[in-house]
Design a protein around this ligand. Structure first.
Ligand code: ATP
Length: 387
């Protein structure tokens, strides 16, 4: 029933609105049959990028290719793509069946063909019972499915989704997300899905493209994006609670193994980590950078009672968030750094407790002054007092 899936390639694509550059120098390949998620904060240009693929915007520079065809001069209706929007845009006076068949009807398809195709799509999406209702008689989730069905009826080579779940409540959002993933598995069609929600992006995407300020920051599998973030922006955008950051500078008085925490957290924004007062740290070996930011995911900090095992630093628990499946421990660490650690739900801790904190160093990240990832911390960094 479906045609061969089409790949999408963007080459040096740029979009300017007056003096606003919404999309800059984007090179991206979506493979045939792939589910690619574009994610980034509000205003980063992800909807514009999707609209450039759909042909709803014209690129200021660069090229858009779909299925090996250069489509910059091809009208949206002839690009073999179908777009599903955040607002369902269903015709309120038409039944579900007529809404589903509308696209085929305007293309001049015959009645039997329309009925057959609408029936097929309704079966796939579980809409058969609802075909004679009008949109006003449907729940939000059902309306979203009809909007999806309307795109499917045309058998496009590429589906484009612009935040299709953002009007749904939390439970329905999860279910619809699962439905889209299942549908992708069944149809094997290329899908490009835009969201600002990093959890949605990682859970849905086979690969994820992270954008910030019009530029692609990283394209990779959810695992790569989370475990090997290309830069501080990606590290801070993905993950909840956010990655812990400690900005480190080479101690002016010393060569090699001494560092100090820089006075401000610097690369703030997503981390929300505040106060760093600048205490000295010890580093085993020659410290290779003048300045770097250490990033540690909350699950890569292990908290234990002091003295239980060799800890990297000592800290005081300032707040415990008991979330049922885990606890989040807010810590006041050396150099007045605020850290968040994940702990098992049964661990008995309370605010005010002094604890030892161990770091999984091989899973840490060092970022250079420009924010780019340098690698894992080459060896433990400990506050000088603890040695
Ligand atoms: P959101 O998640 O809020 O929808 P987004 O990442 O999808 O954001 P875009 O809608 O692509 O972002 O917008 C990117 C930038 O381009 C923003 O600064 C926006 O204000 C600007 N922009 C988008 N469309 C237009 C337009 N038609 N005219 C002028 N500026 C625009």
């Amino acid at each position: 029933m479906s045609p061969a899936p089409q790949g999408v390639s963007l080459r040096g694509v740029e979009k300017r609105f007056g003096n606003v550059t919404a999309v800059a120098a984007v090179d991206l390949d979506v493979r045939p049959g792939e589910l690619m998620v574009l994610v980034g904060p509000s205003g980063c240009g992800k909807s514009t990028l999707l609209r450039l693929i759909a042909g709803l915007e014209e690129a200021s520079a660069g090229e858009v290719w779909i299925g090996g065809r250069h489509v910059d001069d091809v009208a949206p209706g002839d690009r073999d793509v179908a777009m599903v929007f955040q607002s369902y845009a269903l015709y309120p006076h038409m039944t579900v069946a007529r809404n589903l068949g509308f696209g085929l009807r305007v293309r001049g398809a015959g009645r039997d063909e329309i009925t057959a195709r609408v029936g097929e799509v309704a079966t796939v999406l579980g809409l058969t019972e609802l075909l004679s209702r009008r949109p006003g008689q449907l729940s939000g989730g059902q309306r979203q499915r009809v909007a999806l069905g309307r795109a499917m009826v045309r058998d496009p080579g590429v589906f484009l989704f612009d935040e299709p779940l953002s009007n749904l409540d939390a439970g329905l959002r999860l279910r619809t997300r699962d439905e889209i993933a299942a549908l992708h598995q069944r149809l094997g069609t290329t899908m490009v899905f835009v969201t600002h929600d990093q959890v949605e992006a990682l859970s849905l995407g086979q690969r994820v493209a992270v954008m910030d300020r019009g530029r692609l920051q990283q394209v990779g599998t959810p695992h790569e994006i989370y475990r090997i973030p290309a830069n501080l922006f990606v590290a801070g955008f993905v993950g909840s609670p956010p990655i812990n950051r400690l900005r480190l500078a080479r101690d002016r008085d010393e060569r090699g193994g001494r560092l100090r925490a820089a006075r401000d957290a610097g690369a703030s924004g997503h981390g929300g980590q505040g106060r760093l007062a600048g205490g000295p740290f010890r580093f085993a070996g020659k410290w290779p950078f003048d300045e770097a930011t250490l990033g540690v995911r909350p699950e890569d900090l292990a908290v234990a009672v002091p003295g239980a095992s060799r800890a990297d630093f000592e800290a005081t628990i300032v707040r415990v968030e008991a979330l049922g499946s885990e606890q989040r421990l807010h810590l006041d660490g050396p150099a007045d750094a605020a850290w968040v650690a994940r702990a098992p739900p049964a661990m008995r801790v309370t605010s005010g407790d002094a604890v030892g904190v161990s770091v999984a160093w091989e899973r840490t990240h060092l970022f250079g002054p420009d924010g780019g990832r340098l690698g894992a911390a080459p060896s433990p960094i400990r506050p000088l007092r603890a040695s």
